[in-house]
Design a binder for this molecule. Structure first.
Ligand SMILES: *Cc1c(COP(=O)(O)O)cnc(C)c1O
Length: 396
């Protein structure tokens, strides 16, 4: 069996999205800035895609900027707010300890440039407390950036509440909604968001296409100097096929949302319950405030990388955390942020489902993870020490 369970890393493109982009690579290949008809037809397609995405997010088309992905959107949102803040001598930014590296590394860079960054803790369930955000806001705060849903543990944050606080305090609020949009209902107006990042390849669209929503009146610096594309903010010929496919994928994901989450939640919960039946295992992140497809579990006495390799040999594609950190020996900053000790954080497994996964696959995953965990524990000196009482279990 071949099972793909790493949809938080990337998704397979939907047939609808592929079909939508094909004409713009074949006959309608024109440059949207050209005046002849194949150029203008391409321009029209970008115009329609912008309208469609705006409708899905609950904003105006003029508030949508196309980018190269979630990372670019995050970088530019944060940099713009910082640049605007600096002009008024406001150089304090609030974020959280478990953001994506596109956010955390941008903030680290800004710290070197003289900004002060407050990284809020999250609770042991992986949820940010809005009151803490409120308390952290100072007169010189220029930006609050809190992710909508965490990419490793799938926890959904109280974004509307945080947005309300920021709006009342007149502080710009950005959210990295890359894991949320297309997976749970998101509306920038209801959520009181000023800037929001999304990425098409996380909702069955193509890689290399993202969107930055910037509320009317919020400052955005020039992302790329060049031509007048994206209303002069981001020069360069538009990625027409990618933009068209991103819009098609988002529309499909949003309209399928009620149905797909109805299918996914029981599968997710079955998988969680099945895996927690393995002794000395624990779920990472809140069980309820959680993305419909996310499962993340720590197994004591296990090394995540070996678990993944053995699961791969059984046809299961999974992850131990984010794709960006795998390959490094550092434990996940997200698991450390929710208070998992180092040795436990190393033994994590993330399975992120899409509505293409079946119940039969869930049964197979549960069985194979059980087998592999047993196999690895039987070989592990750490596990022997735990069993013989030479060490204490961290996970009861
Ligand atoms: C994947 C991801 C990103 C990066 O998006 P890219 O399009 O791959 O650059 C940013 N934030 C979160 C939460 C993500 O899951």
């Amino acid at each position: 069996m071949k099972i793909y369970a790493d949809n938080a890393a990337t998704t397979k493109m939907s047939k609808t999205a592929i079909q939508a982009m094909l004409p713009y690579m074949e006959e309608i290949f024109g440059n949207p800035s050209s005046l002849y008809s194949i150029g203008q037809t391409a321009a029209e397609a970008v115009f329609k895609a912008r309208e469609s995405i705006a409708e899905c997010l609950g904003c105006m088309p003029a508030e949508i900027y196309f980018t190269s992905g979630g990372s670019e959107s995050d970088n530019q949102a944060i940099r713009s707010a910082a640049e605007f803040g600096a002009k008024k001598n406001k150089k304090h930014i609030i974020s959280t300890a478990f953001e994506h590296h596109a956010v955390l590394h941008t903030l680290k860079k800004l710290q070197k440039e003289g900004f002060e960054v407050t990284l809020l803790d999250v609770n042991e369930n992986g949820i940010v407390n809005p009151e803490q955000v409120e308390q952290a806001i100072r007169p010189d705060t220029c930006l609050v950036t809190v992710m909508y849903a965490n990419n490793e543990i799938g926890t959904i944050q109280p974004i509307a509440k945080i947005g309300e606080i920021c709006r009342a305090k007149k502080v710009t609020f950005h959210t990295d909604a890359v894991q949320a949009v297309g997976h749970i209902p998101v509306n920038v107006k209801n959520d009181n968001v000023d800037m929001l990042s999304i990425s098409a390849h996380k909702f069955h669209g193509p890689k290399g296409v993202g969107v930055l929503y910037v509320r009317k009146g919020i400052y955005l610096s020039n992302l790329i100097e060049g031509g007048s594309q994206e209303r002069g903010k981001r020069g360069g010929t538009e990625n027409v096929p990618g933009i068209v496919a991103a819009a098609a994928a988002l529309k499909e994901a949003v309209s399928d949302l009620p149905e797909s989450s109805q299918k996914l939640v029981p599968l997710r919960d079955k998988l969680i319950d099945g895996l927690l039946a393995i002794p000395h295992s624990v779920l990472n992140g809140d069980k309820e405030q959680r993305l419909p497809g996310n499962v993340n579990i720590c197994f004591e006495g296990i090394e995540g990388e070996s678990l993944l390799l053995l699961l791969d040999a059984k046809g299961i594609s999974a992850s131990s955390g984010s794709a960006c950190t795998s390959g490094s020996l550092d434990p996940s900053h997200v698991l450390l942020a929710i208070g998992r000790p180092h040795e436990i954080a190393h033994g994590s497994l993330r399975l992120s489902l899409s509505d293409e996964n079946t119940e039969e696959e869930i049964d197979y995953i549960i069985q194979e993870v059980k087998n592999v965990v047993n196999y690895l524990r039987n070989m592990s000196p750490v596990w022997r020490d735990l069993q013989e009482g030479k060490k204490n279990y961290v996970i009861q």
